[in-house]
Ligand binder design. Sequence first.
Ligand code: FAD
Length: 601
Amino acid sequence: MRYRVTVPDQEYFDRNIPCRTACPIHTECGRYVQAIGISRDEEAYLLARAPNPFAYTLGRICAHPCEDACRRGKIDEPIAICALKRWATERHNLGTGHDPARKNLPPPAKRGKRIAIVGAGVCGLTCAHDLALLGYSVEVYESAPVPGGMLYLGIPNFRLPREIIMMEVTQILDLGVTLHTRVTLGRDIALSELRTKFDAVLLATGLNKGRELNIPGAHLAGVYNGIDFLINVNLGYEIELGKRVVVVGGGNVAVDVARAAVRLVQESSDWEGGGAESLQPALDAARMALRSGAEQVSLVSLESREQMPAWKGEVHEAEHEGIDVDNGWGPKEIVGSNGAATGLKVRRCVAVFDENGRFNPAFSDEEKVIPCDSVVLAIGQQADLSFLSGEEGIEVTPRGILKIDEDLMTTAPGVFAGGDVAFGPRILVEAVANGHRAARSIHVYLTGKTRKTVLSRFRIFNNWEMPRGFLSTPRQTMPVLPANRRIGIAEVELGFDEAQGRAEGLRCLKCQVNTIFDGSKCILCNGCVDICPEHCLRLVGLAQIQGDERFDLLVAKSPAAASAIVKDEEKCIRCALCAQRCPTAAITMESLEQQEREVFE
Ligand SMILES: Cc1cc2nc3c(=O)[nH]c(=O)nc-3n(C[C@H](O)[C@H](O)[C@H](O)COP(=O)(O)OP(=O)(O)OC[C@H]3O[C@@H](n4cnc5c(N)ncnc54)[C@H](O)[C@@H]3O)c2cc1C
């Protein structure tokens, strides 16, 4: 076996701090988790908030790619990074309007340039936030009566309370951003007009149409589209579902639909967040609508349970709420009488993907009819690009999304696009990343400057001591509302309590801390190898090392002895026993920190 030797450069940093690397906005996840563990709550909040104007929101519903990458997951379970973000943000300014992340910042100098952003979702508003801080005059055009995009229109309030969305949106608007709701591009205002009046335009219109399913009966009364259904319910409209509802789909949207449907029996329409007055017509319409409630909700998914793209935890909660999840069936026909749906005919799906891994479902002859009063089809999303007249020079890809270059500029100069409308269905934290990227690209476009990311030097801290016993602490379980109290908008996840937050914070393996070896001091006594509880250190012959002359920092070497200490970074738990054991102080525990900053010149 030969060992590759690395030095603490960018590649080493990215590989060894996987949570930060996996996060599209490079949140210092590990550092805020650790700050919570040692009760440095403001520091935790500031670290979580720094790259993210939607930190509160994402503390509730982030898809958390950081947790999938977390090194602790290789030992037992990953750190509950998302829940700890909620913990850190909730201990700060919720409801006070005071944001410590902004307290010492002077108002930016005005630049005299105007930017139009279409779509007040996470991408559009993040871009508005950054551009306002850069001194631009920003106006956001939104077709819905409320800002927030899918946060408000798609995600049910039992997963994300509306006051959190409104608090974060208000903080962005308070930077001087102007919001125009109920203005639809292509209907109330033309793209050509925006291009004339503004210096640059960002299209961040998301994917707000559900995909159609072309099967017999799809146009019967009682057949709804999942996205339309959620938008209507979230805006306060009542939908008559009848008592038995079948939801078709295996993704998160389908689960949200099913979980919203079971609550409709008690759904109330007394929303009180910002903008409630502007919702009045919707509420009036809702009062006119027939009130109804679903008593039996089934979710029919093509995929097996293991293959379902929906998050496991959400499926579990859905079942807990009484939703019947029926896997391995594909819709064949919606049967009905007198023009209304009475059942969903399904056929057994034997394979979802073909031998090339492509989505290409295969079916057997087995069929059944699931009796129901309504069918909600939640089988995917698509962009509504009807605002394009065809004369703007904006190209659309074969996937039906906007074609962009690496700076997020569409094929029309000065018109940028980001978020789901430019990348297809993604996750919120990627929409935040796109918003940042779009703002920087617009700034570069308007100033003629170039942008570069500057990485400051690695900061090194000594005197590391790891808390003992942290390996035996299990991942904390999110407390949830009992199923029989989950009515209407009641939030299901309750958040960690004080003790849980601290305990979970202390579980972190502290990947940014590392053992640094001074080869000139090492006497190759093997003491560190003997004491390492994870067996991640080894004494090997120099001949086994693949050449890189700069390996002193990470391995000890002794040309005389022709041997070296090498280390498996993945297994190391940063316990510091090796450093304590070393008789010559050749090993120190040092924290590597990277500060990323963008400069325009
Ligand atoms: C039901 C559902 C649940 C989800 N759950 C999660 C989750 O838990 N975690 C996660 O990370 N991601 C989740 N996602 C994905 C996430 O919501 C999206 O990736 C994200 O919202 C995309 O942000 P965006 O800003 O690109 O678009 P959007 O949030 O869709 O915002 C686009 C905005 O543009 C407006 N608009 C559209 N057309 C026009 C027009 N012509 N004129 C003016 N305004 C217009 C829309 O009204 C909308 O407000 C979920 C998505 C859905 C549908």
